[in-house]
Design a binder for this molecule. Structure first.
Ligand code: IPM
Ligand code: MN
Length: 356
């Protein structure tokens, strides 16, 4: 029986190793839901490269409508070696982010105990910040076109879009998040106001305006190039970063590697409005060469489940999953790299359940 209190999760395993990691995420979700008395339902959806190759469909309208009825989606991975790059990314991942208006892309950069970082001398205390990436505008809006295509006079335009509403809702959410996180209470806007003097001027002015409503949060600013430098040199400086879509894409890969790689980095595509559908995913891709070998690391997907729980109002359950992850990385796993964990994908999922 389903009702408003039931956590309804659509599971899109997707391509390559996606279904393997999604299965471990679901396993941990079931275990914590049972332990915390959370009513939870999951339903599998067959979407991704295989379906596209079989039927030519990427995201049929009826499936989209069905997904929009869920509060949450857990996504394994998209990307298939026989499908040209961009088709599934644009047709499935970006389409869901845009059409479900998941305007927040939440990407914690957190070094778990026992996990190796390439940054010399940095510990879990030093690497613990969160990036709030705007997720519906900027260069990702897909605005542009060609003129005189395939001629020597060809022109290509790719336009970045920023709206007051789009900036404001993301920045306000980031201030709220920083307040609630209650750590250094510093929100750093990362942009490029010295060059993008129209678009990022709007972003900057919006940030200044919204900051006035949050006197308890320190408003801060970094140019994106400097931010890349500081993320490597002094990651402990950061508490929460709010940034535009394209820069957020880039700096969160840097963030992913300093927290130990794609095996641990998770992201949430969040529609915070009542009745909104949010989507949680490991940041890594479909890793086709590891498919079916049970060597892929499910920790990122399990961390995505923890984030889903927290964002769905089940803070305690989310924190318990995060704590179980820490126990497993800190006391059990040999490495976070595929094939080097000391355990299979399935065993890592079991270890997290045992640690709950
Ligand atoms: C990510 C990915 C996507 C993005 C791609 C696959 C479209 O890199 O989630 O960061 O650029 O947002
Ligand atoms: Mn990316």
């Amino acid at each position: 029986m389903s009702d408003n209190h039931t956590l309804k999760v659509a599971v899109i395993g997707g391509d390559g190793t996606g279904p393997e990691v999604a299965a471990e995420g679901v396993k941990v979700l079931r275990a914590i839901a049972q332990s915390e008395g959370i009513a939870c339902e999951t339903q599998d959806f067959d979407l991704g490269g295989e379906r596209y190759l079989r039927t030519g469909e990427i995201l049929p309208e009826s499936v989209f409508e069905e997904l929009a009825g869920f509060s949450n989606i857990l996504l394994g991975a998209v990307g298939h070696p026989d499908v040209a790059p961009g088709i599934l990314e644009k047709g499935l991942l970006l389409d869901l982010r845009f059409r479900l208006d998941q305007y927040i892309n939440l990407r914690p950069v957190q070094l778990y105990p026992g996990v190796e970082t390439p940054l010399a001398g940095k510990t879990p205390d030093d690497i613990d910040f969160v990036v709030v990436r705007e997720n519906t505008e900027d260069l990702y809006a897909g605005m542009g076109g060609f003129l005189k295509k395939h001629t020597p006079d060809e022109v290509a335009m790719q336009t970045a879009i920023y709206t007051r509403k789009g900036c404001e809702r993301c920045i306000r959410w980031a201030f709220e998040y920083t307040r609630k996180r209650n750590m250094r209470k510093r929100l750093t806007l990362v942009a490029k106001t010295n060059v993008l003097t129209y678009g990022h001027d709007l972003v900057w002015r919006t940030f200044q305006d919204v900051a006035k409503e949050y006197p308890d949060v320190e408003p801060d600013y970094n140019h994106v190039d400097a931010c890349c430098m500081w993320m490597v040199k002094n990651p402990e400086y950061y508490d929460v970063i709010v940034t535009t879509n394209m820069f957020g894409d880039i700096i969160t890969d840097l963030g992913g590697i300093i927290q130990g790689g794609m095996g641990v980095a998770a992201g949430g595509n969040i529609n915070p409005e009542p009745g909104g559908t949010s989507m949680f995913e490991p940041m890594g891709g479909s890793a086709p060469k590891y498919t079916g070998k049970a060597v892929i690391n499910p920790i990122a997907t399990i961390a995505a489940v923890a984030m889903m729980l927290e964002q769905s109002g089940h803070e305690k359950a989310g924190q318990r999953v995060s704590q179980a992850i820490r126990t497993v990385t800190g006391t059990k796993m040999k490495s976070q790299a595929a094939g080097k964990m000391g355990y299979s994908t399935n065993e890592v999922g079991d270890l997290v359940c045992d640690a709950l």
